[in-house]
Structure formats: C-alpha cells, structure tokens
Design a protein around this ligand. Structure first.
Ligand code: ZN
Length: 868
C-alpha cells in the first residue's frame, strides 16, 4: 500500500494549512520549524524508498515508480516554501537554516537517486500495459536516475555524491557572497545634484532606501543585471560611471563578497560530474535533455544572431552620435543616450508614459482581462491569506466551468530582503496524484511608492508583468497526473515560451485600451503615443540583444570546459571568450561571470541561451494568434488544452508540431526584435529546425493530424539528389536524435559496422567527406598519406555547416550545396544494407554500398591501418 504524501504531518511542523488550497502558514516559519519540516520530509522519503526496495513482490508501475513520485512530494513542498521565503523575504535569522535546508534536501535527493536497489526496482517495471502518460513518466523517472549517476559503478557513484554536495555548498556560498556584495555596492550619494535627471518619485525612493539603512543622503540599490535602470535617467556622467562601475564590480573585489573561487570551482566540478556520466562537457550533459538537444544547436542560435544584432547596434549608436554630436560613447553612456534618443525621436517622456500604466489597472484590466478573453478564466481578490510579506495579494482564479481553478499570490515590491529580478514559482503544483489545486506566485521588484501614491510601471516593467503572468497561466492550467511534470516543469529552453508569448498582449489593440488610462484624468492613452511607444520599443534591440548574447555565450563557454580544467583567472577567461566571439567592451554582458546568478545559483547552468531559444517559438506562435484574430476564445481553449495543460507529461515539441502541423521558424523572432533577417528564409528555417533534434515526427503522430507536418528542408534536398540517381528515398525520422553511430545502430537494430558515418574533415580549410563505418575511427595521418595531402583535421562546426548545410551528427552523404570530394571506407562493402544520416541528427536512410558510391561519386579507401 502506498503511503499518502498528504496524510503525513509534514506540514504540522510549521504549517497549519490555511485556506482551501493547503497553503502553508508563512507566519509560522522559523529556523526550527523549517528544519523540523525538512527532516520530516526527508525521513518520509527515505522510509518510502526503503519500503519500495524491501517489497519482494514483482515491481509494478504503481508500486515503484508512482510510489517513488509520491515519496518525493513532501520534499518538493518544503523546497518550494523555502525558495519562496529565501527569494522574496529572506529574514537574516533564517539564512543559516535555509542553507541547511538546501544541503539536507540535496543530500537526500542524491542518496535516493544513487540508490541502485531502488533504481533496479524501477527499471523492472513493465511498460507494456501503461497509458502514454504513465509510459512517459516511467521513461522520465529512469532518465532522472541515469542522469544522476545510477548506472555508474560504486566508486563513481560515491564521487557523484561528493560532487553534488560540494556543488550545493558552492551555490549557497555564491548566493550569499553575491547578495552581500550587491548590497554593499548600492551607490551611496550625499548630494542631490548627483541625482539630476531622476524624477521626484525616484529621488524620494532613493532617500527612503538610504533611511532604511540608517544612512544620510540617497541610496541607489543595484538591480540584478549589468545595465542599471537608473542609468537611463542620470544626467551626470560621473554618477553614471559610479553606478556602472559598482554594478560590474560585483563579486570581484576580494573579501567575503568575492565569488571568483565559487565560479572557478563550480565550473571545474561540473566538468568532472559530466565526465563521470560520459559527457565531454557539462553543457553537453545539461543540454542533452533539453529541447535544443546539444550545445552546438544552442550555440548556433546564439551565434546566428550576433551579426544582425551588431549591425543593429552600430546603426543605433550611429544615430545617437549624430543626433548628440558625440565623437564617442563610453560604456556608462550607452543606455543613457539610447533612452534619450528614444524619448526625443519618438516623443516619449517616460514619466508621462508611466502615468498610463498604473499597476492595479494594468493587472485587472490588462493582464487578467487578456487571460479572460483568451481562456475564459476570471480573477477575484482572495482575502485572509498570510503570505511571506504583507505586500502580497492573493487572487482566486475561477475556470470557465465556474469551479475554482487555483490561487495566484502576487508580490510586487522591491525590498532589501528580496532577490532582484522577477519570477514565477509553483508553490503547489497541480496534480491528480496529490489531488491539489495549483498555488502559484508572481514576484516583481517595483519601487514601492510613497504613502498614498500610485504604483506606476515603465514599459519594461509592463512587459515583465505580462511575461511573468504567462508563466502563471502555464502553472494554473497544469493538468498532469504527476507533480514532477506539472505546468512549468518543462525544459528550460521551452519554459520561457508561454511567458514570452503572453507579452504580445501588452500592446495589443484588443487589450491596451482597457488598461492604458491616465492615472490622474482617466483619459485613454492617445493613439499617437501608443504608436510612438511601439515604434520606440524596437529601438535599442541591437543593444539588448548583444548584451544578452554575450551572457549566453559566456555561460556556454564556462560549461564547455573538459574534466580537469580549472580556470582560476575568472576575469581573463571572461574577456577572452567575449573578445573571441567578437563582442565589444562597449557592451558588457547582461551578467558578468561573478554575478551570473542564473548559472551559478539558480539552475540555468548551460541554459541561459534558453530565453532566445524559447523566444523563437513564442514569436512564431504569437503570429499564429494574430492570424486567429487575437483574443479568440476558441484558439485560446485549444492552445490551453494542447500546449499549456500537458506540461511535461508529453514531449513539448511533439505537442507543438501536432498542434500547429509544422515547426517554428526563426523569421518571426527577427521581426519581433526588429532585426534584419541575416540569411535567406530557407536557411533561416534550417537553422531553427536543426535545433529540434527531439521533435517527434513519427508517422502515426503526423497522420493523426489533418495537416501534414512540413518536411525538413535538409531531407528534401537529400531526397531530391537520391531521385536524380534513380534511388527511391526512404528517409526515416525518429523521435530522438541519433547523433552517434552507436545510438543509430541501436535505434535501427543493426550492426555498428553498417552505420555509414558522414565525417567532414578539413584539408587546409577545404572540406573532405569520408564515409566511415561506425566500427572504425579514421586514422587521419594514414588517410592523408593515401590522399597525398599534408594533413587532415576534423572540421569545426562552421566548416561542416558551410560545406554541407547540415549540422554535426546529422550530415548526410549528399544534399550539400556543392559536391564535396568523397572517400568511402571499403569495409562498408561487407554490409548488404548501410544506414546513413539524412541531413538532420534525428533521421537515417538505408543505402547499398553501390548506391553510396554512386551518390557521392566517392573513391574507395581504407581509413585505418588495422582495417583488414
Ligand atoms: Zn520567464
């Protein structure tokens, strides 16, 4: 009999659940109750695991996999409560207890996932009679264990556990140091003159912040990212320099606030961890179960935007220099002049604009109204909730069926005890297993206005509110059986898509007129101002895109280290990476390594690219919503059911393809960012399709839909060339990528030797294709000798792409933009049927040896000395 995770008194330690939503009582949270609760939760999980292992009946899905899922529920709940407190209102007396909470949870989690007896019980479950959701849950559970190291030998498992514990400690110490340094580096100004350019409200807020800390004058606290928002207003260059210098100094000044050791040690340990699990780098491990599938696909989308964004930035800076007669712009001046230009060119007075975006009106008449228009859900204040801070407001959401759907807790204001940025969390994920309805949280960092004054949003904050609410809806609509796949529990590079999509409604003509009303007069925002605002939002996208891309590149580079590499000079590594990728020092990355909390303290390691990756989907789907007439209930309901509700209980990209009948392309993203399209439309489509190596294009899925999925352009090119040679193409597309010969052989069920790898080499920069049996490695010196050339090196991904139009892991023997000199491994002749990739990492096609020679016009060679 499975124990009921709701039945245990995990809450009793500090939570008499309040309300109908099992909402924990935050007023009762103390260091002791937190620790008691975490012990109760981990004891419960351990006892359940022991019971699963001791059960000598045959393993069933219910008795092992589901019971394991239930066993983790209390731990997840405590983690959510701890995270809510830590990020929203970290009272100093809880700091040590919270660090201990994370260490205890992480230790229990590691111990459970490395328990081989438990893993064996789970592996023995037969999937034959499971429904699709349960079957997927079974696969995801096995994957969770494998990725934690459950298949490793005893010694390696011990190493994994040690590394996991050290990484948790490093994350904690990174957060603490960063929080300390960010606080210490708040810009303290004694003279009002230095604040010239700020409006009265901003100046009053700065005086308040100083008073809160018991100092005279004014305090400008730092926001998370490099470019401080206040840089747009400050007229005094010296103050701007002071602010930017403080911002970029975070974590690199020595002392307790320095994070360089944590950065160096964390990245080195992650490389070791990945190596133990059989991956060449942490990024290949981290991206492996994401939508992108591999770090090259992630890096490709980042790289592909660098040039268009740079061109845009140059144009923006050119305009700024001309208008203000500047010879040069210093780093601290860029944001200031971009904002000034935006105001002057488009006639935007940011203080005046903010008067049309009063927080409560935006929330109820904008954000809520858009959700009602699309999905029929309604929102009403829900009294009597005690959250972590008195500023938090609760809203109950009612579904179209008029049944309560869940709760949203909104915490709008900045405070010293809150971390920077904006975020959403699933405090209680909805799931049929627990029978609980969702409680989700939305946190912002708006400046709290003086008493009796309204809270006004600038356009960035307006976007952020709509963005976070997209996550909120994803959480509220969750309709999974298992909490581990509920709502936003999807891959990082997919989770931002519903939120970025929701941003589209902020300026939408069906939404904006309802909320954009002058706070004093109630007058609607004039049409010219709306147009000017929308036009002005595209200005500055070159800068924003570049600073984002630089941070994404930095993240991928830190996580491409190999086991044994330990970069101690953090700042030099950073400048080398950025210079090598062609980023100018004029635009520092959105986060420098020493304050890159996303990747060193909050789960985005090798995942910062995700925002851009998701945005490709978001931009594409927003054009679809437009084509459906905007706020259309029918479209909204269908989208909710097919895309939002399933969470991770289905493969997200398969759901996209089933619903839309095709895959996203990158053109809508470029339009959304106002960037010029860098390449032909066809190439642009390829560059996104390439990322989606995990798309499920199984024929059954396609035929279940009225619209046939669009064929991948690379497959079409390969097939066309086969037909030219009188060969009937038989391209097979798989749900998962088969980037290596071993994976492909296993997938098709053939001998490794029958896999014909299309390997691209560089002979002094010119491509050479060597069709090699999966059973061999190419001896490059030996082959170079036979070909009479000086040397042969494995081609880098740029050369592969340029020569083949395909990506590593998916190169086909044909279908290239121009013929490539080709050599064919003679041992392939031993196999009656060969299998080669068909232009993407998730496709293969059968060929005979003769056919391979024909289509490649290849010459036979032996690729290694011992190949006899
Ligand atoms: Zn987001």
């Amino acid at each position: 009999m499975n124990a009921d995770p709701n039945g245990i008194d995990v809450w009793e330690a500090f939570l008499d659940p309040q309300t109908d939503y099992s909402l924990p009582d935050f007023a009762a949270v103390t260091a002791e109750t937190l620790l008691t609760a975490v012990h109760t939760a981990t004891d419960f999980a351990r006892a359940e695991v022991a019971a699963i292992v001791a059960d000598d009946a045959e393993s069933t899905f219910f008795s092992t996999t589901v019971r394991f899922e239930s066993a983790s529920v209390p731990m997840t709940r405590i983690a959510s409560v701890a995270a809510a407190i830590e990020s929203n209102h970290l009272r100093p007396e809880l700091t040590d207890a919270l660090a201990e909470v994370w260490e205890l949870l992480s230790a229990a989690q590691t111990e459970i996932l490395l328990n081989v007896d438990l893993f064996h019980r789970i592996e023995q479950v037969s999937v034959a009679d499971l429904n699709p959701e349960d079957k997927r849950q079974q696969e995801l559970t096995i994957d969770l264990f494998v990725r934690a190291g459950a298949r490793l030998g005893e010694e390696e498992r011990t190493q994994m556990a040690t590394i996991a514990a050290e990484l948790t400690t490093l994350e904690n110490s990174f957060s603490r140091a960063l929080q300390l340094d960010t606080r210490e580096l708040a810009v303290h100004l004694s003279e009002a003159d230095s604040l010239a350019g700020m409006n009265d409200d901003q100046i009053a807020a700065a005086a308040n912040r100083a008073a809160e800390r018991g100092v005279d004058g004014y305090l400008l606290p730092l926001n998370n990212f490099t470019q401080q928002l206040v840089l747009e207003s400050l007229d005094t260059a010296q103050t701007r320099r002071h602010v930017l210098n403080n911002s970029i100094a975070r974590g690199s000044r020595g002392g307790d606030g320095d994070t360089r050791t944590q950065v160096a040690d964390t990245t080195a340990l992650r490389a070791l961890q990945a190596n133990l699990l059989g991956y060449p780098s942490f990024s290949s491990y981290a991206v492996d179960n994401q939508t992108a599938g591999n770090p090259d696909a992630a890096a490709d989308i980042v790289s592909s935007l660098i040039n268009p964004a740079k061109a845009q930035l140059d144009e923006e800076l050119g305009l700024v220099r001309d208008r203000y007669g500047l010879d040069d712009v210093a780093p601290e001046d860029v944001k200031y002049y971009l904002a000034k230009y935006r105001a002057d060119e488009f006639g935007i007075d940011s203080d005046e604009v903010a008067k049309y975006f009063e927080f409560d009106t935006v929330l109820t008449e904008g954000v809520f109204r858009a959700a009602t228009g699309l999905y029929g859900v309604t929102f009403a204040p829900y009294d009597g909730v005690t959250a972590w801070h008195e500023d938090v407001c609760a809203y109950e959401v009612t579904d179209v069926t008029e049944r309560p759907l869940g709760l949203v807790l909104i915490d709008p204001y900045a405070r010293d005890t809150k971390r920077g940025g904006a975020w959403m969390d699933q405090l209680i994920p909805a799931s049929r297993l627990t029978g609980l309805q969702p409680v989700v949280t939305l946190s912002l960092n708006l400046a709290k206005p003086g008493h009796g004054r309204p809270t006004l949003l600038n356009p960035t904050e307006l976007t952020t509110l709509f963005h976070e609410f997209g996550h909120v809806l994803h959480g509220l609509f969750a309709n999974s059986t298992y909490p581990s796949t509920a709502g936003t529990a999807v891959p990082r590079d997919y989770v931002e898509f519903p939120s970025q999509l929701n941003e589209m409604w902020r300026f939408h003509p069906q939404v904006l007129p309802h909320f954009a009303k002058h706070v004093d007069t109630g007058e609607p925002m004039p049409a010219q101002l709306v147009d000017a605002l929308i036009a002005s939002e595209k200005f500055g996208q070159g800068f924003d895109t570049i600073e984002y891309l630089a941070a994404a590149m930095l993240d991928l580079s830190w996580h491409s280290l190999e086991a044994g590499e330990h970069i101690t000079d953090v700042l030099s590594f950073e400048s080398e990476v950025l210079a090598a990728a062609g980023f100018s020092p004029l635009v520092p990355p959105r986060y420098r390594s020493t304050y890159f909390g996303h990747i060193f303290a909050s789960g985005y390691a090798a995942g910062y690219y995700s925002y851009l990756y998701s945005e490709v989907i978001a931009a594409w789907v927003s054009e679809w919503f437009e084509s459906q007439g905007g706020l259309n209930r029918e479209a909204g309901d269908a989208f909710r059911e097919a895309i939002l509700a399933p969470g991770y209980s289905v493969d997200p990209m398969s759901a996209i393809e089933r619903f839309f009948g095709t895959r996203p392309d990158v053109a809508p993203l470029l339009r959304r960012r106002g960037l010029a399209e860098p390449v032909t439309e066809e190439d642009a489509a390829d560059s996104v399709d390439d990322e989606q190596s995990t798309v499920d294009a199984a024929p059954t899925a396609a035929s279940a839909n009225d619209e046939a999925p669009k064929q991948h352009a690379n497959h079409a090119k390969v097939e066309a060339q086969l037909r030219e040679h009188g060969i009937d193409p038989e391209v097979r597309v798989f749900a998962e990528a088969t980037p290596t010969a071993a994976a492909a052989a296993e997938k098709i069920g053939v001998d490794l030797g029958a896999i014909a790898n299309s390997l691209i080499f560089s002979s002094g920069g010119d491509p050479v294709l060597i069709m090699t049996s999966g059973a061999h490695r190419v001896d490059t010196d030996y082959v170079a000798d036979q070909l009479g050339i000086d040397s042969l090196d494995r081609a880098d991904k740029e050369l592969v792409r340029e020569a083949t139009g395909q990506v590593i892991g998916g190169v086909a023997p044909c279908g290239h933009p121009a013929p490539i000199p080709t050599y064919v491994d003679v041992t392939l002749a031993e196999h009656p049927v060969l299998w080669a990739a068909a232009g993407t990492p998730n496709s293969m096609m059968p060929l005979t040896y003769e056919q391979l020679l024909t289509i490649t016009n290849g010459k036979e060679i032996t690729v290694a000395r011992d190949d006899t």
